[in-house]
Design a protein. Structure first.
Length: 173
């Protein structure tokens, strides 16, 4: 550690600069000086600084496992509830998955889509709902639901905003 200059050489009281009677400006200057001089010597070493950009982007940083709650299914599993979103219209929504058989593809006759429940601003009641387009397909209802549950929360939010825009366009016509 760097050696701090002796601020109080004459009176022997090391903390006299933090006296209650000292003006605020002197206190701030003393705290700033202490912070500078109390830093470890290796703090100047650029290699010891964390790579924040790499850590946030995941480049060169190994993690134990990816964040499981970034998918719809993972979020529900971890938090034991469905996620809530604020839509592009400023309204609160929750999301759930529904599955139906559409028969368009004989090999995968089931499709999954998202139901967005719009809540009152107070959360006291359901005001409306929106539906996404098809977000998953499968040979069984469970397979189609699983495909939808693997969507990231970012993809879910994009589907919500697209549904809001479709409703807005339909109301303008």
């Amino acid at each position: 550690m760097k050696q701090q200059p002796d601020r109080d050489a004459g009176n022997g009281d090391a903390d006299s600069s933090l006296d209650d009677d000292a003006p605020a400006g002197e206190l701030y200057a003393d705290v700033e000086r202490r912070a500078l001089y109390d830093m470890p010597d290796d703090a100047d070493d650029e290699e010891s600084a964390p790579d924040l950009v790499g850590a946030l982007g995941g480049h060169g940083v190994e993690t134990a496992e990816p964040a499981h709650d970034l998918t719809l299914g993972g979020y529900i599993e971890k938090h034991d509830r469905v996620p809530a979103f604020e839509g592009s219209d400023g309204q609160p929504y929750t999301v759930d998955v529904d599955v139906e058989e559409d028969g368009a593809d004989a090999g995968a006759p089931f499709v999954a889509f998202l139901i967005f429940i719009r809540w009152a601003a107070t959360g006291a009641g359901i005001m409306d709902h929106l539906e996404s387009g098809d977000v998953g397909r499968g040979a069984s209802a469970d397979e189609a639901r699983h495909a939808a549950m693997e969507l990231s929360l970012y993809e879910i939010r994009a589907e919500l905003d697209a549904a809001i825009e479709r409703r807005r366009a339909a109301l303008e016509d």
